[in-house]
Design a protein around this ligand. Structure first.
Ligand SMILES: O=C[C@H](O)COP(=O)(O)O
Length: 251
């Protein structure tokens, strides 16, 4: 179901104590319980504690930043989707450009991770996005189209209904260089069009598509005002409760 959603990706930041203080402040500032769905995605060791700080059954949800593609087994240091679900995760980020770039995650592996997440009843937030070189070569749409086709569109209609897509131009991540709202809107509209082609118009209308890349308390309202931008996947600004709350309140 298409919905307004803001997800905070803490990446590899904070200590457990700092993470607990942050989530408690986020809960306090968002106690009214109105507004978009909110997902907090801390590092693995914080998940259970952060989850326990979130009120049950409200608009604040727990998400992870990654999962392994297998259900269990001898994979030292890895974490399965089923484990994430067992500590209260509802969402998992997959295909983030940092995972693709630094950990060599390709479309084939991401396809397996998506299946594993869905099998554990997690809702994947699937990231796509082009590099600066790709944008400057005017190949953004081809590139995103390819990422969607090979990474995501192998899912059945029923599986795809649980997926949120995040458009994250790599050149905008952590750089302070945000896509303009027009740049975000044209790629979001393109993604929705590709979903309509791969599935149908209803699936396209029902898909939540987030923007990520230097979104902050100052630019979120403008970004979220675009017709195909349903919210944000927020990195740096999700580490400050007041900024994250301003973003949450930017619809
Ligand atoms: O997952 C979040 C994105 O990578 C955006 O990060 P950023 O808001 O720090 O640019």
């Amino acid at each position: 179901m298409r919905q307004n959603l803001v997800a905070g990706n803490w990446k590899m930041n904070l200590t457990y104590q700092e993470g607990l203080a942050l989530v408690e402040e986020i809960v306090r500032l968002n106690a009214a319980g109105t507004g978009p769905e909110v997902v907090v995605c801390p590092p693995f060791p914080f998940l259970q504690g952060v989850g326990q700080a979130l009120p049950q059954g409200g608009k604040l949800h727990l998400g992870a930043q990654n999962c392994h593609q297998k259900e269990s087994g001898a994979f030292t240091g890895e974490v399965s989707a089923k484990m994430l679900a067992s500590v209260g995760c509802e969402y998992v980020i997959l295909g983030h450009s940092e995972r693709r770039q630094y950990f060599g995650e390709d479309d084939e592996l991401l396809s397996q991770k998506l299946k594993a997440a869905l099998a554990a009843s997690l809702k994947p937030i699937f990231c796509v996005g082009e590099s600066l070189d790709t944008r400057e070569a005017d190949e953004t749409f081809d590139f995103i189209g390819q990422q969607l086709a090979s990474g995501l569109f192998h899912l059945s209609n029923e599986e795809f209904a649980h997926v949120t897509v995040a458009y994250e131009p790599i050149w905008a991540i952590g750089t302070g260089r945000t896509a303009t709202s027009a740049q975000a809107q044209e790629v979001h509209a393109f993604i929705r069009e590709q979903i309509a082609r791969a599935y149908d118009a209803e699936a396209a209308l029902n898909t939540t598509i987030l923007y990520g890349g230097s979104a902050n308390a100052q630019n979120a309202r403008e970004l979220f005002s675009q017709p195909d931008v349903d919210g944000g996947l927020i990195g740096g600004a999700s580490l400050k409760a007041a900024d994250f709350t301003t973003i949450i309140q930017s619809f």
